[in-house]
Design a protein around this ligand. Structure first.
Ligand code: GTP
Ligand code: MN
Length: 284
């Protein structure tokens, strides 16, 4: 059953959306240009780099939200004939474990290293004419994780348009879900993903946990966020961290700022590796 009432009265169209933590909202309102996702030139923001309306500073006019958010209601998404649909889920659990016996890990969030070298959430393509979005997602999870985790419409966070990968490709709509589990259940998923999952070593190169802490030298969340992600998976992660209070807005801002610095360093590093390869290539 599509949920419609929860979205009423808000300009954020996605169904199943819960209001952001007050702290997060206040933070976004204050951070007009120095947004946690970096210094944004609104014209250069890719279509999939959406920002939920509730987080958008008031100085961002309707134009930007209409143009860049790509958000759409679940019913609207399902009505799109000729569209392909993909569902992905963020599975997470609370934990009391401490890294090195002193750094609280706080939450375990599962992501995966995909076959294409990009980080993303488990899930995949579903066929709404043959199955519900949630049943399709559950089927994908059994292939990728080795366990058919039940997902309900309650877990649905947002649906949005993905950028066209090529002019000829049919339009893709991505649906994002979040499900909280017990720590032991998450550990069972990790074990199954590496042993019984059909996709292990093929479409899925391995499951990874997201480090949510920031270490003295800046390592942790910042380094993780500086990796490459599929589609808008990084935005989905950042949004969920705020929405479910898994990381404070202040910490997230610090991590993202550091992430941008790491990015500059990575570019230099890649440049050096390229120069080295050039030399070797000429030798052989
Ligand atoms: P195949 O069976 O190989 O097609 O894979 P799949 O069914 O598992 O599909 P996949 O998980 O690759 O998802 C389909 C498409 O959704 C991808 O090509 C991406 O464009 C997009 N996608 C994949 N992972 C994510 C994610 O974590 N977030 C978002 N927003 N999009 C994703
Ligand atoms: Mn997949």
């Amino acid at each position: 059953m599509p949920k419609t009432s929860s979205a009423q009265g808000r300009d954020f169209l996605s169904t199943g959306y819960s209001p952001p933590a007050e702290g997060a909202k206040a933070f976004f309102d204050k951070s007009h240009i120095n947004f946690p996702l970096g210094f944004l030139d609104l014209h250069s923001v890719p279509e999939y780099f959406w920002i939920p309306a509730a987080y958008r500073p008031s100085s961002w006019s309707v134009d930007f939200s209409e143009m860049a958010s790509g958000q759409l209601a679940r019913a609207e998404a399902l009505a799109c004939s000729g569209c392909r649909h993909a569902c992905h889920v963020m599975l997470y659990a609370d934990t009391k474990t401490q890294l090195f016996g002193r750094i609280p890990i706080k939450h375990i969030i599962l992501m995966q290293m995909r076959f294409d070298g990009l980080l993303g959430f488990p899930g995949g393509l579903v066929n709404p004419s043959k199955e519900t979005l949630e049943a399709g997602l559950s089927r994908e999870l059994s292939e990728e994780l080795g366990v058919a985790i039940p997902i309900s419409a309650e877990n649905h966070m947002e649906s949005c348009h993905a950028p066209a990968s090529s002019p000829s490709s049919s339009h893709l709509i991505t649906h994002f879900y979040v499900k909280k589990m017990e720590e032991e259940q998450i550990m069972e998923v990790e074990r199954a993903a590496a042993s019984t999952a059909a996709d292990h070593g093929l479409e899925v190169l391995g499951m990874v946990r997201v480090p949510l802490y920031t270490m003295k030298g800046g390592g942790g969340l910042a380094s993780f966020l500086s990796h490459s992600f599929i589609g808008n998976a990084r935005s989905q992660l950042v949004d969920s961290l705020l929405r479910f209070n898994l990381v404070s807005p202040k910490e997230l801002h610090k991590a993202l700022t550091h992430s941008l610095k790491i990015h500059t360093h990575t570019a230099e590093d890649l440049q050096a590796a390229l120069v080295l390869t050039e030399v070797k290539r000429k030798q052989f």
